[in-house]
Ligand binder design. Structure first.
Ligand code: NAD
Length: 447
């Protein structure tokens, strides 16, 4: 039985209030944990991951109804460990007070320091698509900065939620870290708790509601939301390498990736050749059991998500774009969707504007770099983008003008948990990861 298809044990929002009161009292009793304590917390987090590796991977695989261990290990597990290791090494330097210059004429003998202090209790709301990376990952910065945390998982990652709710108390007291499941829409209550900071990762529609719901509460907010990334291919690009990058950009994790390269912008002079190469490559893609190491594209996470993808693909056809889908066999059981490639797409089409969150690529063409920039930035989102070209000077010119949080050159979907990640416009605000991620969780005091 898949837990995601059943209601979780009813969760009473009062548990949230009690959890917050407990954590806030602990914070007030010890508002500034020592450096040694912070590093110990990071090491405990890493130990929790390592000691439960098999069970965590298995829980995610079941939440997805099937997801390869390889994807979970490399896209989530090792990435989180990498971020923890890096932060544990650098946190002392990052949290060190900095001396400021004081005007001797105005304030003789005075000294001034900027001291980063913990905020208190941080709330974290997690989506289902990278549930370990997006629940444990943020704790790295939250703990390094000396805070406590309450984490609410998604209704679509219930096996993982149940496991973390059981395991975390073995490693951390509840007044430092507490995990909660989702049931009956209690996420709304959770988001309204008076945290000192709230990190929401999820869809733009829900992010907007949360921002409205907490307006005036005075709590800080990081929003990590949806995307509609452009993957731009110039005529001098290494085409075979670009094809692999495009395929990885949109079909990895079935396209259920916030920064998926869902819009392909290709220079007109090579459009025919590139599309022919892409179709050849798609003909070799295997859709099926992700536990089979030969599989490229697995099942969609839920019926609702499959329905949304189906509806948007139908809209693409109805609006006049040309659809190509390889004639691959789909397994009988599971929410599978054929990898899809649209050509002849106009910027006004829904498939070019809306986040589909599935294995669907919309192709547009351009003639000049100016046109590519204009089309790439012509979206309400701004999370990620990719550029494929042989010219270094063009890369430098393009990355400066792309309105996206992360821009890859001659590669795509490569994550560095030690670098800041986050969006522009309707993809959200705030950054996660490394020194810049940590800054969201400190208050700067001038002493
Ligand atoms: P979602 O917005 O439906 O849900 C995210 C979380 O919010 C879940 O825990 C859910 O229970 C909770 N939630 C739902 N409605 C709520 C409400 N009204 N108030 C408070 N909480 C509520 O998103 P999803 O389907 O779980 O995830 C997919 C979306 O997340 C995509 O849009 C994707 O682009 C985005 N995403 C963004 C990033 C990023 O780093 N920018 C990373 C992963 C996913």
């Amino acid at each position: 039985m898949n837990l995601n298809d059943t209601p979780a044990a009813l969760l009473i929002p009062a548990e949230f209030e009690e959890g917050l009161a407990r954590q806030r009292a602990a914070y007030l009793a010890e508002p500034n944990p020592s450096h040694a304590q912070r590093v110990a917390d990071l090491k405990t987090l890493a130990r929790m991951l390592k000691e439960n590796q098999a069970a965590l991977v298995d829980a995610i695989e079941r939440d997805y109804t099937n997801r390869s261990d390889f994807e979970t290990l490399f896209a989530e597990f090792f990435a989180v460990l990498d971020g923890i290791r890096d932060t544990a090494k650098k946190v002392k330097r990052w949290m060190k007070p900095t001396k400021r210059h004081v005007d001797v004429m105005m304030y003789p003998l005075a000294k001034n320091r900027i001291i980063p202090q913990p905020l208190g209790v941080v709330g974290v709301i997690v989506p289902w698509n990278f549930p370990l990376y997006l629940s444990i990952g943020p704790l790295t910065s939250i703990f390094a900065a000396g805070n406590r945390a309450m984490v609410k998982m998604s209704e679509n990652s219930r096996h993982l939620a149940r496991l973390l709710i059981e395991k975390i108390p073995v490693y951390f007291p509840r007044d430092k870290l507490a995990f909660f499941d989702e049931t009956g829409g209690v996420g709304v209550e959770f988001s309204k708790l008076k945290f000192d900071h709230l990190l929401f990762t999820g869809s733009t529609a829900v992010g907007r509601k949360i921002a409205q719901g907490i307006a005036g509460q005075g709590k800080a907010l990081t929003l990590e939301l949806g995307g509609k990334a452009a993957n731009i291919v110039f005529d001098d690009a290494p085409l075979d390498q670009a094809v692999e990058g495009i395929v990885n950009g949109i079909y990895f994790n079935q396209g259920e990736v916030c920064c998926a390269g869902s819009r392909l912008l290709v220079q007109e002079s090579i459009a025919e050749l590139l599309i022919a190469k892409l179709k050849d490559r798609l003909a070799t893609i295997r859709v099926g059991d992700p536990l089979d190491k030969n599989t490229d594209v697995g099942a969609i996470n839920s019926r609702a998500q499959l329905d949304k993808i189906t509806e948007l693909v139908a809209a693409g056809v109805a609006e006049g774009a040309d659809l190509y889908q390889p004639a691959c066999e789909l397994p009988e059981r599971g929410y599978f969707f054929r990898p899809s490639l649209f050509t002849n797409v106009a910027q006004s089409h829904r498939i070019a504007r809306e986040e589909i969150f599935g294995p669907v690529l919309a192709t547009l063409t351009f003639r000049t770099p100016e046109e590519a920039i204009e089309k790439a930035n012509n979206t309400p989102y701004g999370l990620s983008a990719g550029i494929w070209t042989d010219k270094g000077s063009r890369i430098l010119m393009m990355v400066r003008r792309m309105r996206a949080g992360v821009v890859w050159a001659n590669t795509f979907n490569k994550f560095d948990p030690t670098s800041p990640f986050g969006g522009y416009k309707e993809s959200g605000y705030g950054r996660e990861g490394g020194l810049h991620g940590l800054q969201a969780y400190v208050r700067l005091e001038d002493r």
